[in-house]
Structures are given as C-alpha cells and as structure tokens.
Design a protein around this ligand. Structure first.
Ligand SMILES: Nc1ncnc2c1ncn2[C@@H]1O[C@H](COP(=O)(O)OP(=O)(O)O)[C@@H](O)[C@H]1O
Ligand SMILES: [Mg+2]
Length: 216
C-alpha cells in the first residue's frame, strides 16, 4: 500500500502524521518504509532521533528520494514493504506529482480556518491531472491542529469547503492541537509510544490510522 501525505503548504502536519502512522504500523508489526521527498528531511531527522534516543524501540527505515523518476523507485519499494508512507513536502513538486502517479491514498492534512484551505483548488487540479494515469487514487483531507474545543465547528467548516471539491473527501478522524504531537516528534516517537501519554492525542491518531488503513 502506498500512502502519500502531502499538500501545497508547509506546516499543516504532514511530517507529524506520516511519522506517527509509520510508528503505529511498526508497533502493529506491519513492515513499513518511510520515504521523504521534502528537501527539509524532517522525517529523516525524526527517524535518526528515534535511533539515537530509543535504540531499543523497533526502528523505522526512512529514505530520501528526489527527482522526477522516483515513481518507479516507489513502486519497486512497495513490492518489498507492506506499507510505504511518503512525506511529500509542502509544494507542487516533481516529487509530489511522481508520488501521486503511483499512490493509492493521498492524505492531505489541513488546518481549519487557515490559509491551508486556499490550496484546495490546486490540489483538485493535481488530482484531475493524475486521474487518467492513476484512476484509483483516493484523496482525503484530515483536519489537523484543531482547537480542542472546536471540533464540531471545524468539521462543519471543512465539510462546507470540501463540498466544492468532489475528488477530495473528509476523514472522520480529526487531530486536536496538542503539545503531545510536538513532544513526540522531537523524540522520534509517535504519540502512542510516549511514556506519559496524552490519551486524547493517542485515541485521535489511532482513529486516523484505522480509518486510513481501512480505506486501503
Ligand atoms: N496536532 C498538532 N498539535 C500541535 N502541534 C502540531 C500538530 N501537528 C503538527 N504540529 C506542529 O506543527 C509544526 C508543523 O508540523 P509538521 O508536521 O512539521 O508540518 P509539515 O510537515 O506539514 O510542514 C510542528 O512544529 C509540529 O510539531
Ligand atoms: Mg514536513
């Protein structure tokens, strides 16, 4: 299964979500590869922090791929791993386009009430472009960094916005704005692996994991 976590903007939580999903897959004994195509390589730093801070934890292979020929590499790697998760960076790049050509699921984190939603027309355009080559691609938005007391409002706002974009669906799972996500990423962990767990973050991310992998 190939999952691309991407979008058209920096900051909505692509790396946070890609790394959490990869760590939960690993906890569930699913053979996972994290691919970073973002020049910032935050996913690579996360994986190397994990190795140096928690060497006894199950480690996660993370590689960087660049250029417009990576579709073939991703496809080859997907034969060797049950799940490939691509952290595709925050702009319309050749890497994002190449990833979308071979991906089954395109997961787009968006922050409600932020400039992120202005990227939707561009993302819809990319999906229209890639659909003839990859007709089975499915695209989902996950609302991230939602104010913990505004989930209902954020859901309505997102549903309204997305009604104009028939190719992009809203996931039920939403992630609150919580320090646990920041703390976990600094340590190379998922929120589910933290010793002192934030139970809300824990259940949100597990909800996202099961929704994403049930869609596959
Ligand atoms: N749900 C969340 N709650 C709190 N902070 C978050 C959450 N998701 C992401 N962040 C923080 O927002 C910043 C950007 O997240 P990141 O995953 O690096 O975004 P991207 O990869 O899309 O640029 C990071 O500091 C990260 O810790
Ligand atoms: Mg990132």
């Amino acid at each position: 299964m190939i999952l691309t976590v991407g979008g058209e903007k920096g900051g909505p939580g692509k790396t946070t979500i890609a790394t959490n999903l990869a760590a939960i897959a690993t906890q569930n004994d699913v053979d996972v590869l994290l691919i970073n195509t973002d020049p910032q390589d935050s996913a690579g730093y996360w994986a190397s922090n994990r190795m140096s801070i928690y060497p006894a934890n199950k480690q996660i292979s993370c590689i960087s791929l660049r250029g417009d020929t990576i579709a073939k590499d991703i496809q080859d790697l997907s034969q060797r791993y049950k799940v490939v998760i691509i952290d595709a960076g925050g702009r319309d790049s050749v890497e994002l386009r190449a990833s979308l050509v071979v991906t089954e699921l395109f997961l787009i984190p968006l922050r409600p009430s932020q400039f992120d939603v202005w990227t939707l027309p561009k993302l819809q355009e990319l999906l229209v472009m890639v659909s003839p080559i990859n007709p089975s691609i499915k695209a989902f938005v996950v609302a991230n960094q939602v104010h913990p007391t505004s989930f209902d409002r954020a859901r309505l706002e997102m549903q309204n916005l997305l009604s104009e974009y028939p190719k992009i669906h809203l996931l039920k799972a939403m992630l609150g704005s919580r320090a646990a996500y920041q703390n976990a990423i600094c340590e190379g962990l998922s929120v589910t692996e933290m010793l002192k767990k934030d139970l809300k973050a824990n259940s949100e991310i597990l909800g996202l994991y099961s929704e994403v992998f049930n869609e596959a």
